[in-house]
Design a protein around this ligand. Structure first.
Ligand code: PEP
Length: 243
């Protein structure tokens, strides 16, 4: 199975969304799961637009808490009521701008798995970390801390997205050999910490129609998490076709 999942980030307007979702409806194929993670206010629109299609939708965040006095938070049970299939956790933009730590990411994963929502768990190193030759160390820390806190069973229900921070939104994708090495490293870490399920590992970072086929052909790459290019129906359709 290949996964092609769009992350709209903080983008979208009702009418543009409607046009985009009409195309997204048609994109799933046997062996290719297609989904979009939309801003909270558009979850109902996505649900309605994708009814009867195999295309899935989800959120881009979730509260690490349950119901209660947590002003501004949206908890996992609410997402389940909306029919969300996924929720993104640990995206580098949330780590960078909102201080999302591995402990919080682990708690979010636990909340999601408890209600049957698939976490899309993002990990990845910064440019400085790669240039310092530390990418393996960084990925190992990100994986181990979450597994330790969330447990191997919860992690076994995730889709993992390897997203080198320097490739996100920059137009510079990682080279296929770097993706292959990173995915193999993450796969070996998962085995080492005792995750028995096959956790799909997606690549994210400047995937476009022109590089999708090369990236998705990398051994150990189970698809892509697509940011900017998921906002264009033609681009997203071409990426899904490449899968
Ligand atoms: C992302 O937001 O997860 C992402 C990979 O963004 P982009 O495709 O725009 O680099």
């Amino acid at each position: 199975m290949k996964y092609v999942i769009g992350n709209w980030k903080s983008n979208g307007r009702w009418e543009e969304n409607a046009r985009l979702l009409t195309r997204v409806r048609e994109l799933p194929r046997p062996g290719v799961e297609v989904g979009v993670c939309v801003p909270f206010p558009y979850l109902a629109q996505a649900r309605e637009a994708l009814v009867g299609s195999a295309a899935r939708f989800g959120a881009q965040n979730v509260s690490p808490f349950g119901a209660g006095a947590y002003t501004g938070e949206v908890h996992a049970e609410m997402l389940r009521e909306f029919g969300c299939h996924y929720a993104i956790v640990g995206h580098s933009e949330r780590r960078q701008y909102f201080g999302e730590s591995d402990a919080v990411i682990a708690d979010k994963i636990g909340r999601l798995v408890a209600v049957g929502i698939t976490p899309i768990w993002c990990i990845g190193e910064t440019l400085a970390e790669r240039q310092a030759g530390k990418w393996q160390e960084v990925l190992a820390r990100q994986v181990r801390e979450v597994v330790e806190r969330a447990g191997v069973d919860s992690v076994g229900h995730c889709l993992l997205a390897y997203e080198p921070v320097w490739a996100i939104g920059t137009g510079i994708n990682a080279e296929p050999e770097d993706v292959e090495a990173a995915h193999a490293w993450v796969r070996s870490l998962l085995r080492e910490v005792g995750v028995r399920e096959h956790v799909p590992i997606l690549y994210g970072g400047s995937v476009k129609s022109g590089n999708a086929h090369a990236l998705f052909s990398v051994p150990g790459c189970d698809g892509g998490l697509i940011g900017g290019a998921s906002l264009s129906a033609d681009e997203f359709a071409a990426i899904a076709a490449a899968a």
